[in-house]
Write a protein that binds this ligand. Structure first.
Ligand SMILES: [Zn+2]
Length: 442
């Protein structure tokens, strides 16, 4: 590759650090409730959730930190190791030939390749996924989910992945054949409606596969929360509860969906453990994400990043294939055998995207916190709600900078509580930051 190209790609990657976001996360009060979007699947982002809660137990925090650092490093290494092995052993080319021999057309043969590749990748990662998703969260008390539920959710995720791969992986390869130079632009354009559809489908089709959703079922709470949405001038927002108490005792809430599918979801643990004032504050934070347009901004940034990553693949992959074609046993990016190479490039980009995304996410969390205080003016409820939120988990006493950048998509809970204690602009005669979003601020 020309060194000029390398410089451009480096500049592109660096611009990502200005502030980008995660492909996966709905905005939630505390820990990122991992969502699923097709773009994330296309971009193969690993799940990241910062389930770090305060507890005055440094030993527990320290041992969680030691365990989780290994887990995170292992996830990153596996993200490269599996595709590298499949690519450099020539297995990818063999799999491509095999799928061509049984798939009668491009759609079928690429679908078969994608499913077999993902099956191998999932099996190779199964021990790590099991440790990170089940063992670790039980050992440190984040979860009491039954093994049956875990395996059920894992299987549903796997199936959704297969469906996504089967339905969409053929698109870039078809476009590469048709337009070897501009396929990345067309692919990016094709991904836009898919992304929008996924944001619409997520709350109404996908989420209910994992949990049961139902109305709040308490008139007093419901009336009070609806009043809050009206105060923020939001109409037609569905408020639901989700049955998380069977899996965890932690408290959380999140906002998801766009248009008519938008909804605020409170974990039933929050309804059981928080009083009405605390619950209103949690709701206000979620409303903050909505009125400040965070979901729309995330979708927009997601689309931009998709284009950038596709561009990088289109520039970098052909020269790597040219250089290693002897080992890869194929010589064109338009051969689906190049899929592991695309995964490697995507995972490399994610090393830069995830920290930037987390920084931007923290910024949005601070905005939603500010809005929540301004609309409720209930600093006391904010502090007590977050004390309750912090129960039952661990806090890492001294995380290093890389761990923080990689994992923290929400500001540390202590920092947020400190902010809630002091932020009272109305008492100091200062104007509110978000009063234009609030009907009749006091
Ligand atoms: Zn939030």
């Amino acid at each position: 590759m020309k060194s000029k190209n390398k410089v451009w790609i480096l500049i592109f990657i660096l611009t990502l650090t200005i502030g980008v976001f995660s492909f996966t996360k709905e905005k939630s009060v505390f820990a990122g409730e991992t969502g699923k979007s097709i773009s994330r699947k296309v971009l193969n982002e690993s799940k990241i959730s910062n389930t770090l809660y305060d507890k005055n137990d440094d030993n527990l925090g320290e041992s969680y930190y030691r365990s989780d650092r290994v887990v995170q490093a292992a996830k990153i290494i596996m993200g490269f190791l599996v595709p590298v092995v499949i690519l450099f052993t020539g297995f990818s080319a063999k799999l491509s030939n095999f799928s061509k021999s049984i798939g009668k057309n491009l759609f079928l043969s690429i679908g078969i390749y994608g499913i077999v590749y993902n099956l191998i990748d999932s099996l190779a990662n199964l021990p790590l996924t099991y440790y990170a998703g089940y063992i670790q969260s039980h050992v440190f008390g984040f979860s009491h989910q039954s093994f049956n539920t875990w395996i059920r959710n894992y299987s549903i995720n796997l199936l959704l992945n297969f469906v996504g791969i089967f339905l969409f992986l053929w698109i870039p390869y078809k476009l590469m054949k048709k337009s070897p130079k501009k396929w990345w632009i067309y692919t990016g354009i094709a991904i836009i409606p898919i992304t929008l559809f996924m944001y619409l489908a997520q709350p109404v089709i996908i989420d209910p596969l994992f949990n049961k959703f139902k109305p709040l079922g308490n008139e007093t709470i419901e009336r009070s929360l609806v009043e809050l949405t009206e105060k923020a001038n939001i109409k037609d927002c569905t408020i639901l509860q989700i049955d998380k108490s069977r899996d965890t005792s932690m408290i959380n809430a999140y906002m998801t969906g766009i248009g008519k599918a938008k909804r605020i979801v409170l974990w039933d643990t929050a309804i059981n453990k928080l009083n009405l004032r605390e619950l209103s504050f949690v709701m206000a934070h979620e409303i903050g994400h909505y009125v400040l347009g965070h979901i729309k901004k995330l979708i927009f940034i997601q689309i931009i990043i998709t284009f950038i990553v596709l561009y990088i693949i289109s520039k970098v992959a052909p020269s790597i294939i040219k250089r290693y074609r002897g080992k890869f046993k194929f010589n064109k990016i338009s051969n689906v055998a190049s899929y592991p190479l695309a995964i490697i490039i995507i995972n490399f980009c994610l090393l830069f995207i995830v920290p930037s995304a987390n920084a931007y996410s923290c910024y949005m969390e601070r905005q939603a916190d500010t809005f929540a205080i301004e609309i409720t003016r209930d600093n006391e409820a904010a502090v007590s709600a977050f004390h309750k939120l912090s129960k039952g988990g661990v806090v890492v006493p001294k995380p290093d900078i890389f761990y923080k950048m990689w994992k923290y998509d929400h500001p540390p809970i202590k920092e947020r509580i400190d902010f809630f204690k002091i932020y009272k602009p109305w008492e100091e005669g200062r104007s509110l930051k978000y009063d234009k979003y609030i009907i009749n601020p006091k």
